[in-house]
Design a protein around this ligand. Structure first.
Ligand SMILES: C[S@@+](CC[C@H](N)C(=O)[O-])C[C@H]1O[C@@H](n2cnc3c(N)ncnc32)[C@H](O)[C@@H]1O
Length: 258
C-alpha cells in the first residue's frame, strides 16, 4: 500500500499545483484560516516561537504559507519527490523550513524534536485504510506534541460524501479554458473505501494532453475518527466546518491534554 501512495505522489509532484486554480492564492488563503485557528486555540501572539510539524506537507501548500506568517515550521512527507519540490518552492518564496521524508505512522522515530502543533492537511489521513494504521499515525502525532500541544487535521466531509454517494467532482476549468482538473470516484461495495482517479487536462499546441493518477482512500466517518483519536489519548476533539472557518473542508482539532 505504501509503495502505491509513494508512486502516486511522486508522479503527481511536478503537476500538483495544476489541481488549483491558482496555487499561490491557495497557499495564502489556506494559511490565513489555519493561522486564525492556531491563534484562537493557542492564544499566543509571537508566531516564531510556535513550532509546527506539517507531517504530510506535499509540495508545501500549508507549510510555506505558515512559514510566511513567521511560524517555525518543520515539514515532512512520505513522497521524497514532493518534498524535493517543496524545498525548491520554499526557496522561491524565501521562507526557511526544515524538511524531511517521513511516514506519519513512524514520526516518533523519524522526526526529532517536540512541537506545539502537528498538522496534516488536505485529506492525507484517508490514505490510511485500516484502523490499526490510523491508530499508529495518531499515536505518533500525539508523541510529537508538547503537553499543551494542538493537533490540526483537515479532511473531506465523508459523512456527507457517503450519504450522497458522490462519484465525481465537477470539472474545474482554468486558464481561459486551457486547463481542466476533476476526479472520478469508484466506490468499493461496502462503501468504506474508494479509488480516486485524478485527471489533469492541458491544451497543448498539438491538442489536449491528459494525465491520470489513481489511488485508494478510506472514507473515514467523523465518529470513527473521534473514537480512534480518543483511543490514542487526544482530548477536546472538535470539528470546525467550512461555514464557520471559510476553509474548503472540515478541520479537526484536538489537544494532547486538557
Ligand atoms: C492530498 S496531498 C496534500 C499535500 C499537502 N498537505 C497539500 O495540501 O498540498 C496528501 C499528502 O499526504 C502524503 N501522505 C500520504 N500518506 C502518508 C503517510 N503515511 N505519511 C506521510 N505522508 C503521507 C502524500 O505523500 C501527500 O503528499
Amino acid at each position: 500500500m505504501t509503495d502505491s501512495i509513494i508512486n502516486f505522489y511522486d508522479e503527481l509532484a511536478e503537476d500538483y499545483h495544476l489541481i488549483f486554480i491558482d496555487w499561490h492564492e491557495s497557499i495564502a488563503r489556506q494559511s490565513e484560516v489555519l493561522h486564525n485557528i492556531i491563534q484562537s486555540k493557542l492564544n499566543l501572539s509571537c508566531t516564531d516561537i510556535i513550532r509546527i510539524l506539517d507531517c504530510s506537507c506535499g509540495i508545501g501548500t500549508q507549510a510555506i504559507g505558515l512559514a510566511n506568517y513567521g511560524y517555525n515550521v518543520t515539514a515532512t512527507d512520505l513522497s521524497a519527490v514532493s518534498v524535493k519540490r517543496a524545498i525548491k518552492e520554499a526557496a522561491n518564496f524565501g521562507v526557511k523550513i526544515t524538511f524531511g521524508v517521513a511516514d506519519f505512522r513512524t514520526l516518533h522515530t523519524d522526526v526529532s524534536g517536540i512541537f506545539n502543533i502537528v498538522l496534516s492537511a488536505d485529506n492525507a489521513i484517508p490514505h490510511l485504510i485500516s484502523d490499526e494504521d490510523l491508530y499508529q499515525a495518531f499515536h505518533n502525532m500525539h508523541a510529537k506534541l508538547d503537553q499543551n500541544g494542538l493537533l490540526i487535521v483537515t479532511i473531506r466531509d465523508y459523512d456527507a460524501m457517503v450519504k450522497k454517494q458522490i462519484t465525481s467532482t465537477k470539472p474545474n476549468v482554468f486558464d481561459n479554458g486551457n486547463r481542466m482538473a476533476f476526479q472520478i470516484y469508484d466506490w468499493a461495495q461496502d462503501g468504506k473505501t474508494y479509488t480516486v482517479h485524478q485527471f489533469i487536462m492541458q491544451r497543448m499546441n498539438t491538442g489536449w494532453k491528459t494525465k491520470q493518477y489513481s489511488t485508494l482512500y478510506r472514507a473515514w466517518l467523523r465518529e470513527e475518527l473521534n473514537k480512534i483519536m480518543q483511543a490514542t489519548g487526544f482530548v477536546n476533539v472538535e470539528w470546525h466546518f467550512p461555514s464557520q472557518t471559510g476553509y474548503y473542508q472540515p478541520i479537526l482539532t484536538a489537544r494532547k491534554v486538557e
